[in-house]
Design a protein around this ligand. Structure first.
Ligand code: NAD
Length: 483
């Protein structure tokens, strides 16, 4: 078995060397092919932060074990970490947060055990980074939540929960506000849940989840979220178990998986050999389990837990009355404890059964489509226009353009209706949504909408537009607040 390794920037090489030393000492049957990724690759003008050879190797081997990487600021390049996850469609981000004895937290002191797995969607949501300045005062981010993207993630989460015999799987969301986007994600969750009747599946609004996580984290087992909310909640969970230095992460795709620590390159302590390798080691242990090396994974994890339990620590955590050790000494302590079991949380000894990832040589991009399209008709259009005028004046101008097909039904500003009804206390910015609907309930066509666009552009700068669709008798768009 061979995997690709990118050591990363800052403390990356120090902690990666420590982890590989531990793996080699435990005779993990893996070979490592080092690939070139990270800041210095950006500096050599590879705008995705990796050389073409690195990309080819990773696509051939299917597993990337990576250290943290720095994305140069102010050069207009996108984060290499996000690029890697998106390029290879590692659609599920899995992070396990568990109580580690020897790492003091308020919960460990109170005797409240934590074992939470956060499964976060890894591709969609605001992480598309599709943003536009609509006017000089208004920025717009497009948030895509798709049915096939959500189903892919949620099916992975349920399969994992079934395999681990999880006691609860919870979807967290904000569907009370984002009825279409988070509503779609939630619908997909309960659609998949029907196939797993043995699992207790429920949902919780994300703000409520945050409150409950910091009061009763032991109530949760597997939590499934969309990308941005998942990002925030997983760092919150990292805090519950002692910080980012203890948070492993696996990015799972059908063809390529990436295992990495959650923390960054820690430039403030780089090249001092004092960084904590625990998070990367835990990510590596998750990788070993993914590849079927259960025995190696258990031995190394038990020895890590034993080492922590015995108070061995790097400078960033632990009992300050016990002197800290540096990164290589921490690795040596783990190695010297192979075969020992921690008093609490010992992992069962597994048997190695190598699982070779199935690699496909794809000729074309497969299209992700999950559902037959329901009967669909266009019933109106939203135009997002730039204007500093008052709503009544805008309404008068818009009404001139409706013609025989359209009527102006609503004007809103930042999602709140300001015409035909509204309040003079609603703050306005210089960008409105003017909503036109079909005059007589008749179906509209794109040509009708384009005609209205041309006509309206005589009065206003149209920044963007969206069709108002009806699907199977249901509105496929949201209403303004107060509409
Ligand atoms: P950071 O995680 O690098 O550091 C935050 C603080 O935590 C620092 O004080 C640091 O010393 C400490 N710290 C982090 N990891 C540690 C470890 N293993 N042992 C001991 N202490 C540790 O976050 P940052 O300073 O915001 O980011 C620095 C750089 O890392 C940025 O360029 C950022 O883009 C990059 N980054 C990369 C990743 C990734 O590759 N997955 C993730 C986050 C940030």
């Amino acid at each position: 078995m061979k995997i690709a390794v990118a050591k990363g920037d800052g403390i990356g090489p120090e902690i990666m060397d420590a982890v590989i030393t531990i793996f080699n000492a435990n005779k993990v049957p893996i070979e490592y092919e080092i690939v070139e990724m990270g800041k210095w690759v950006f500096d050599k003008c590879f705008n995705n932060g990796m050389t073409p050879e690195a990309q080819e190797t990773i696509e051939k081997l299917g597993i990337l074990f990576k250290g943290p990487m720095e994305t140069p600021k102010g050069k207009g390049v996108k984060s290499i970490n996000v690029t890697a996850r998106k390029t290879w469609n590692t659609y599920a981000n899995k992070r396990v947060f568990q109580t580690l004895h020897g790492v003091d937290t308020v919960f460990s002191k109170a005797g409240i055990p934590i074992d939470i797995t956060v499964v976060r969607e890894n591709i969609e949501d605001t992480y598309g980074g599709i943003e536009h300045m609509i006017t000089h005062d208004v920025a717009l981010s497009r948030r895509f939540i798709t049915r096939p993207g959500s189903l892919q993630l949620i099916k992975y989460a349920f399969e994992m929960a079934r395999k681990n015999e999880s006691r609860r799987i919870t979807c967290s969301h904000k569907a009370n506000i984002m009825k279409l986007t988070d509503g779609l994600f939630l619908d997909c969750f309960y659609e998949v849940a029907k196939e797993y009747p043995e699992l207790k599946a429920d949902d919780v609004i994300v703000d409520d989840l945050c409150m409950k996580l910091v009061t009763r984290p032991d109530l949760f087992d597997v939590v499934v979220l969309t990308n941005l909310q998942g990002d925030i909640v997983s760092d919150l969970c990292a805090g519950l178990v002692g910080g980012l230095g203890f948070a492993p992460s696996a990015n799972i795709g059908d063809h390529i998986c990436i295992f990495e620590a959650v923390h960054g390159t820690a430039p403030d302590i780089a090249r001092k050999n004092i960084a904590n390798p625990t998070a990367l080691l835990l990510s590596g242990i998750a990788m070993l389990r993914h590849l079927g090396f259960m025995e190696n994974a258990s031995t190394i994890e038990n020895s890590l837990l034993y080492t922590l339990e015995n108070g061995i620590h790097t400078g960033d955590f632990g009992d300050k009355t016990i002197p800290s050790v540096n990164t290589p000494a921490f690795a040596e302590a783990v190695i010297s404890n192979f075969g020992k079991l921690p008093k609490q949380g010992a992992k069962p000894k597994g048997t190695n059964k190598e699982i070779t990832p199935t690699m496909f040589k794809l000729d074309i991009n497969p299209m992700l489509v999950s559902k037959d399209i329901e009967e669909e008709k266009i019933v109106g259009v939203d135009f997002f226009i730039e204007s500093s005028e008052q709503p009544e004046i805008i309404a008068k101008k818009c009404q001139r353009h409706g013609g025989v097909k359209f009527k102006l039904v609503s004007i809103s500003n930042r999602g709140t209706q300001v015409w035909p009804t509204g309040s003079k206390y609603t703050n306005l910015v210089n960008q409105y949504n003017v909503r036109f609907e079909t005059l007589d309930g008749e179906e509209l066509f794109q040509q009708d909408v384009l005609g209205l666009y041309v006509s309206l552009s005589g009065n206003f700068k149209i920044c963007s537009s969206e069709l108002l669709n009806m699907w199977g008798g249901k509105k496929a768009y949201s209403m303004a607040q107060g509409q």
